[in-house]
Design a binder for this molecule. Structure first.
Ligand SMILES: Cc1ncc(COP(=O)(O)O)c(C=O)c1O
Length: 359
């Protein structure tokens, strides 16, 4: 068996221990004589998987009792629509545009109501997080929306915006469970799980209970009503059972590592290894304002497109794969999620040093 260091932005690296466990349980999950993939979602065995996953996530994030966890299909994109459909009571919402994903969510919300772009960093290719301490929040805004970690550009909100009392809605797809968060500061937190938690095909929505109501926009598809999922404990229809099972395993793995404080310390250490090198490198440069850097996605360039392509190719030959930057920005990007070991980041930096000497 040969494993590479996989720096993909998502779907992304998963903990090896989790993959081994899933492999061992493939033919016979805990004496049931079948795989979780073959199991009824109404079975006792699956109900236990679901309930444990929910409880473990609650423990990890210290989610207060007045929040509900929903496991929904459709990835993050479905939530771009579900959020306005469920929360836009006045049909007004404010969006902070810090990258392509925030922009896509903003454009989707415009279909359903008046979505205002109240701040943006597009003027400098989304390489920074705008000052959000005193924004022009709309008096009738139903919520303020952010993409907390910008996967493509490698920026992160290190301070949450001052929403002036309005609900905060956050897409945490690419920083989910990378560090502790104070859930009570948000009305809704959500993310696709395929970056830091599990396989693709599902989003986790953490929503304050009082926001779960029958009062959704007209024509909201039944599947997209949060209340339907909350009332059915994420079993309204056949959920993405295998994905929930894998996420549950990752939650247990995170607990075993020591929880989110430990993950934060590890992620800081990993990111520092790469950023310290970038700051001292003659050839490679980070592309993001220092104080807004993400611990999860680290974009960098040489300044020469041909050299970038050479780097990506040679890195791949050395077992360091998926380092090509997003197609919209070029250059390189190393995604160093929870499951990327420190050794992987060190191996990348060693390779970059060697490449720098040779080029
Ligand atoms: C921050 C963020 N939001 C949303 C998405 C879109 O997610 P999905 O493909 O699950 O719809 C992505 C990446 O794919 C992302 O990185």
């Amino acid at each position: 068996m040969s494993r590479v260091y996989n720096f993909s932005a998502g779907p992304a690296v998963l903990p090896e221990e989790v993959l081994r466990e899933a492999a061992a349980e493939m033919m016979d999950y805990q004496g049931t004589g079948m795989s979780v993939m073959e199991m009824s979602h109404r079975s006792r065995a699956f109900e236990n998987i679901l309930n444990e996953a929910e409880q473990d996530l609650k423990d990890l994030m210290q989610i207060p009792d007045n929040y509900k966890i929903l496991f929904m299909q459709g990835g993050a994109h479905l939530q771009f629509a579900a959020i306005p459909m469920n929360l836009m009571k006045n049909r007004v919402a404010d969006y902070i545009i810090t990258g392509q994903w925030a922009k896509k969510a903003f454009k989707e919300a415009q279909i359903y109501g008046k979505a205002n772009a109240i701040a943006s960093s597009e003027d400098e290719t989304f390489s920074y997080i705008p000052d959000c301490s005193d924004l022009n929040i709309s008096p009738d805004a139903d919520y303020v929306y952010i993409c907390e970690n910008n996967t493509i550009y490698g920026t992160k909100f290190h301070t949450l915006p001052n929403t002036k009392g309005k609900l905060l809605v956050s897409d945490v797809s690419s920083c989910f469970l990378s560090e502790p968060v104070d859930v009570s500061k948000y009305g809704l937190i959500y993310g696709g799980v395929q970056k830091n938690i599990g396989p693709a095909g599902m989003a986790i929505v953490i929503i304050r209970e009082d926001l779960i109501t029958e009062d959704t926009l007209p024509y909201t598809p039944t599947y997209m009503k949060y209340k339907i999922h909350a009332d059915a404990n994420s079993l309204y229809n056949t959920p993405n059972c295998y994905c929930i099972y894998m996420c549950g395993k990752v939650f247990k793995w995170l607990k075993k590592q020591g929880g989110l404080e430990v993950m934060k310390a590890r992620n800081e250490e990993k990111a520092a290894v790469l950023y310290d090198f970038l700051d001292s490198s003659r050839l490679f440069k980070g592309t993001v304002r220092k104080e807004d850097r993400s611990m999860m996605n680290v974009p960098f360039v040489t300044g020469d497109k041909e050299l970038d392509a050479k780097f990506v190719k040679e890195a791949e030959e050395a077992g360091l794969v998926n380092l090509k930057g997003h197609r919209s920005v070029g250059g390189m990007r190393a995604s160093i999620y929870n499951a990327m070991p420190l050794e992987g980041v060190k191996a990348l930096v060693e390779f970059m040093k060697k490449f720098e000497e040779e080029n």
